[in-house]
Design a binder for this molecule. Structure first.
Ligand code: PLP
Length: 389
């Protein structure tokens, strides 16, 4: 009773782009204004409303990596400052620390939540520690009560990496609003996409103003205001800034993606629950169910493949899935196995046993709102057949 192949490759993380996004992009193209302008402002306003923060606490940027970088700078991270984060995250989280001159300090994860272990985090704090970056892995919130308590006690800045977590809440409050900064990604595979894109929420208006300057060459007025209909204004360069601004073309996609964020989340939640049920008696490791009084973003569905119980290695499983026409991902290998960090910081995988084991055995199944019932059935049947054979 195995489901038939849907006949075409199931692309991992394929975005759900609809007519409204396409029309809005065409409208931008026809308007003659492609760059940062009114649609970026509309997207920022809608995003602020969605996360329940004032309009003047958000800035749309061209990636979450940019958001993390300028957050570090606005937080005043200076060379030599230590910034603690999880060993189980995308490389961009620690690269942003390095770009700001900081020294990233990884911490192992909890086996259950797959998020940074608060006790181990506290033990890594030194007089040089300035900030922590909790990552809400797979969309599951970190324990923000505990982390904020540690940050308060040691006077640390909190920069939340919310790349997986636009819909996520901890005890009724959206993540990204606990820290001094919250950074979001609109990369193609993320829950809301603009192709490439990012957003920062900052606790203070001053921090957002600084971020807006840093992300547009260090200039005090953005181009829209310079060349708009309000008369010519000279800009001033007050910093050696970056080129991190979002375009109206990107916001055109984001506005409509964001308007469907909740139904898309519902659909992924359904698929996530289908997978949980389907694999409960399979010889694979399944993710923990969402914790009480939290809202899981359901960004990733991560299985673990143990060669002894599944009869094949994780890497063999990846190949078999791809051969079956199913795009799969690995989120992530432990950061301490990556050559650059080993060379620069002498990180050792054995210092992060939980993240290392997870990184060696994990595989992410497709989890996008675009998946049809027959595709979900096919993914389930293929997975079960591969691990049972
Ligand atoms: C995707 C991702 C990023 C980077 O986002 P970009 O928008 O691609 O720069 C950072 N952190 C995590 C955890 C991510 O998954």
């Amino acid at each position: 009773m195995a489901s038939d192949s849907p006949g075409k490759f199931i692309v991992f993380g394929a975005p759900d782009i609809q007519r409204s996004e396409i029309d809005e992009v065409i409208d931008s193209l026809q308007s003659g204004w492609l760059g940062t302008g009114p649609k970026v402002q509309r997207f920022e306003n809608n995003f602020a409303a969605y996360r329940g923060v004032p309009n003047d606490r958000v800035a749309a940027l061209n990636s979450c990596t940019a958001a993390l970088h300028v957050s570090m700078l606005a937080a005043g991270i200076t060379p030599g400052d230590e910034v603690i984060t999880t060993a189980m995250t995308f490389c961009a989280t620690v690269n942003a620390v390095i770009h700001a001159g900081g020294v990233p300090v990884p911490v192992d994860i909890e086996p259950d939540s797959l998020n940074i272990d608060p006790e181990q985090l506290e033990s890594k704090i030194t007089p040089r520690t300035r900030a922590i970056i909790p990552v809400h892995f797979a969309g599951r919130p970190c324990d923000m009560d505990r982390l904020c308590q540690i940050a308060d006690k040691h006077e640390l800045i909190v920069i939340e990496d919310c790349a997986h977590a636009i819909e996520t809440e901890w005890r009724g409050r959206p993540v990204g609003t606990f820290g001094d900064f919250g950074c979001f990604s609109f990369y193609v595979t993320k829950n809301v996409t603009t192709g490439e894109g990012g957003m920062v929420i900052a606790r203070s208006v001053e921090a957002i103003e600084r971020i807006k300057i840093l992300s547009l060459h260090g200039m005090t007025k953005d181009a829209w205001h310079r060349f708009g209909d309000q008369g010519y204004k000279h800009y001033q360069v007050v910093d050696a800034g970056f080129k991190y601004n979002m375009m109206d073309l990107q916001a055109a996609i984001g506005i409509h993606q964001l308007s469907r964020v909740e139904p898309a989340w519902e659909r992924r939640r359904e698929i996530w629950a289908r997978y949980q049920e389907a694999f409960a008696d399979a010889p694979v490791g399944t993710p923990s169910d969402p914790a009480a009084d939290t809202r899981h973003g359901h960004h990733l569905y991560t299985l673990t493949i143990d060669a002894d119980t599944c009869g094949l290695t994780r890497d063999e499983f990846l190949v078999r899935m791809q051969e079956s026409g199913i795009g799969v991902g690995v989120h992530y290998q432990c950061l301490a196995v990556q050559p650059y960090y080993i060379e620069q910081f002498d990180w050792r995988r054995d210092d992060y046993p939980v993240a290392s084991l997870f990184g060696d055995t994990t595989v992410s199944l497709p989890l996008t709102s675009r998946l049809t019932e027959s595709e979900v059935n096919y993914i389930i049947d293929s997975t079960r057949a591969i691990v049972a054979s």
